[in-house]
Design a protein around this ligand. Structure first.
Ligand SMILES: Nc1ncnc2c1ncn2[C@@H]1O[C@H](COP(=O)(O)OP(=O)(O)OP(=O)(O)O)[C@@H](O)[C@H]1O
Ligand SMILES: [Mg+2]
Length: 214
């Protein structure tokens, strides 16, 4: 038995966490067994690394930062995602390897070919690949407004970076979605929440046969 692995990707404030929750609720309503998780994080060890990476105040070299994200991902995959998929569950993950490529490779590394090559090698070692990746895209002005509106308070390391960084990240996600066009679907996330939700349901629908009889 193998489940269904769906990832949400995109820049800050695009609505990933909102839409991941809405999709998880919808699929649970259809009777599917859903594990909703996030990166960096998703296991106790990976959540500790998340805290270190996002709020630790450290400035690792880009290569070290990439490896720390993949270390967190290895724990998350080995101890949570792979077992859930093996048990036939739907795993919905808020960010995954594409975020490392977009944020560290394009954002921090500014597309440095050596860094992108390292990321490509590390992602090839991850034993699970998403069946479907929803890349949520919004214009920068909307992202900024949504980030300001969001209630959770703490500003993380990446949110605090400048608009040029976020523009490189957005361009990185767009390039990834075009390159991996079979796996990735770009979603116009500038629409109201329930319109985006319906677009996502329409994309996900055909994948559900693989995860049960919904
Ligand atoms: N389609 C939408 N229209 C208007 N507001 C939205 C929409 N989707 C999400 N929001 C609001 O925008 C804010 C950011 O949404 P959310 O936290 O889901 O984004 P995110 O992509 O997970 O961001 P981050 O990358 O920083 O985690 C929240 O306050 C949320 O309620
Ligand atoms: Mg989020």
């Amino acid at each position: 038995m193998s489940g269904l692995f769906i990832t949400f990707e995109g820049g800050e404030g695009a609505g990933k966490s909102t839409q991941a929750r809405l999709l998880a609720d919808h699929l649970r309503g259809l009777g599917l067994d859903v594990d909703l998780t996030r990166e960096p994080g998703g296991t106790p060890g990976a959540e500790a690394l998340r805290d270190f990476l996002l709020f630790g105040g450290h400035d690792l070299s880009p290569r070290a930062e990439v490896m720390a994200h993949f270390a967190a991902r290895a724990d998350h995959v080995d101890r949570r995602i792979a077992p859930a998929l093996a048990a036939g569950k739907v795993v919905i993950c808020d960010r995954f390897s594409d975020s490392t490529e977009a944020y560290q490779g394009h954002g921090l590394g500014d597309g440095d070919p050596a860094l992108l090559d390292m990321i490509a090698h590390l992602r090839a070692l991850v034993p699970v690949v998403p069946d479907l990746t929803l890349v949520l895209q919004v214009p920068p002005a909307i992202a900024v407004a949504r980030m300001a509106e969001r209630a959770n308070g703490r500003t993380d390391r990446y949110e605090a970076l400048d608009t040029a960084f976020h523009a490189r990240v957005a361009a990185g996600f767009d390039a990834i979605a075009r390159r991996d066009a079979t796996r990735c679907r770009r979603i116009d996330a500038s629409a109201p929440m329930y319109a985006v939700r319906d677009d996502i349901r329409a994309v996900v629908g055909p994948y559900l046969k693989r995860a049960g009889n919904a």
